[in-house]
Write a protein that binds this ligand. Sequence first.
Ligand SMILES: Cc1ncc(COP(=O)(O)O)c(C=O)c1O
Length: 412
Amino acid sequence: MSITERMGHVIDLNLTDEIIGLENAHIVQSYKRPPFVLVRGEGVTVYDAEGKAYLDWVAGIAVNALGYAEPGMVNAIQTAASGLLHTSNLYYTEAQARLAAAICEKSFADRVFFTNSGTEANEGAIKFVRKYHYDRGDSERKEIVCFSGAFHGRTLGSLSLTPKEKYQKPFSPLMPGVVVAEYNDIASADAAITERTAAVIAEPIQGEGGINPATDAFLQALRRFCDERGALLIFDEVQAGMGRTGTLWSSEPSGVTPDVQVLAKALGAGMPIGAILTTNAVADHIHPGDHGTTYAGGPFITSVAHYVFDRISQPEFMAHVREVGDYLKERLQEINSPLIKEVRGRGLMVGLELTVDVAPVIEAGYQHGLLMVNAGPSVIRFVPPLIVEKQHVDVLIERLTDILAATGGARS
Ligand SMILES: Cc1ncc(COP(=O)(O)O)c(C=O)c1O
């Protein structure tokens, strides 16, 4: 054992090799990871087993909205842990009901169904929209319209709505009745949404697809086509929702409300929870036995998520996200590099599109103490903890400028 100490924290120099060895031997190799082991975090910084610090622009893929070891969250977890952890959904518990009421108060929704993840929330949403039409005697209405560039999850229903060959091809046959239209193309949506459409599903800002905001006109057109043709509108706010874009829901600026909205990620800020929000018009068709889950909505997780929801939904918190998000975009736009094609996004969901593959830039980020993640081959996605400050943006810009200069030469 090689043990040393840095800044009061014990560092085990052998841990990295040991854990990477165990991982490579015993974990299904569906992820490619960089060669360090993260052991702790504080604020917007995480540390590896050798004591190296990384400024975190990933936040566990848009999850850790309150950063790491946030005292209020630690307290909420400790308090919840000494109460009921799990009871199943056979019984009434307090935290689930109170969180649902809080979410309904701040959204279009009348009712909530909790899940354990984003993909599971989308699976539930698919079932809800099908049940709605079935109950109303329109059981032939089965089609779901999704969009190019969409990402809705990895389980079979949501994977079927994620039109990417690499993700879908080996796992066929997928769910039938999926129609793919062009994102942000009103004419394409117009042609795809018909009397056979059960629902249309869209991300108001696509995350995995490359940080692509929908135009307000596109979202408004989806609402209009759904209303005219009797289809339901689902917004997948798993990544863009919960304050990430500077409004609680990323669809807010468009003025459009959906019939069903799916949440996860920052709702638990690191604890696994998702949710399906819907209206009474839809929920009235969901009866005992139609859908279920053993764990989701449990008292422990929902009481921690309630703490997170109350923090994030404060107007000052949203204002902070908008201010730092605008600053991040501004500073990224100032970087003078021929490799930069476009900076886009809203709030703290920002994409930097390069003219080259971003993998080497992300790789170099590790040497420079930055965690960054891609969204497709040419976009670096910045989705940091929502508590990030302007000073952290300055550090990012300084390091990224150096990396881009070394990668492709900065303009003088
Ligand atoms: C928009 C969107 N929907 C659904 C999902 C799937 O969520 P989960 O990974 O929690 O299943 C993701 C994950 O990245 C997402 O970005």
